[in-house]
Design a protein around this ligand. Structure first.
Ligand code: AMP
Length: 208
């Protein structure tokens, strides 16, 4: 199963991806998680990425495509993968197509998790994230229910950055909806509902 999850920030892509990997045992490849890990470790990649992330902008394509290519070359991607948050613009989509062609693979589906902007703003501004494992929960959660790590508010989940991330999504990422519709692999799910309902539809749409 080779799929990618699209949708605005806070649409619940990560949550849906987690459910799918638990059930199907294929890796989730989240460029946002990879960048956050690099920021935490203060690697050169992290220091570079942080400048863009804190502003709600996309990390340059050369950097992003480079880390995805490296990740796709690992053995655990042979059975499939779930891309979460990549590609985020047309140049990245084209780079992914050529990488997959070189691997002799095709994407099975581009799954769009749709959520209106007002819900995105509400979700992100009240979202807290675990410093250790990345689990997300509503504001007021101080200890991670999964690993007991410390919860914090991501710098880019603060109100001033949320609007910029949405703008970036609409101008750069949303055009990919037509790109994948044109490739006849676009599937769309209404993400503005409880997680279980969304997941039930996701499984139907992916014929799982
Ligand atoms: P996310 O957790 O997917 O919302 O990503 C957090 C931030 O990481 C984004 O706002 C971007 O700054 C950066 N990022 C994640 N994925 C990409 C990507 N595919 N291309 C460029 N920047 C990305």
């Amino acid at each position: 199963m080779y799929i990618l999850l699209m949708g605005p920030p806070g649409a619940g892509k990560g949550t849906q991806a987690e459910r799918l990997i638990e059930k199907y045992g294929i890796p989730q490849i989240s460029t946002g998680d990879m960048f956050r890990a690099a920021v935490k470790e203060q690697t050169p990649l992290g220091l570079e990425a942080k400048k863009y992330m804190d502003n709600g902008q996309l990390v340059p394509d050369a950097v992003t495509v480079g880390i995805v290519k490296e990740r796709l070359a690992k053995d655990d991607c042979k059975k499939g993968f779930i891309l979460d948050g990549f590609p985020r613009n047309t140049a990245q989509a084209v780079a992914l197509d050529s990488e997959l062609a070189a691997m002799g693979r095709d994407l099975d589906a581009a799954l769009l998790v749709s959520v209106p902007d007002a819900s995105v703003v509400e979700r992100l501004s009240s979202r807290r994230t675990c410093k250790s494992c990345g689990y997300t929960a509503p504001a007021g959660t101080e200890v991670c229910p999964r690993c007991s790590g410390e919860m914090y508010q991501r710098e880019d989940d603060k109100p001033e950055t949320i609007q910029r991330r949405l703008d970036t999504y609409h101008t750069q990422t949303a055009p990919l909806i037509e790109y994948y519709r044109g490739h006849s692999i676009l599937k769309e799910v209404d993400g503005d509902r409880p997680v279980d309902e969304v997941y039930a539809d996701v499984k139907d749409l992916l014929s799982l």
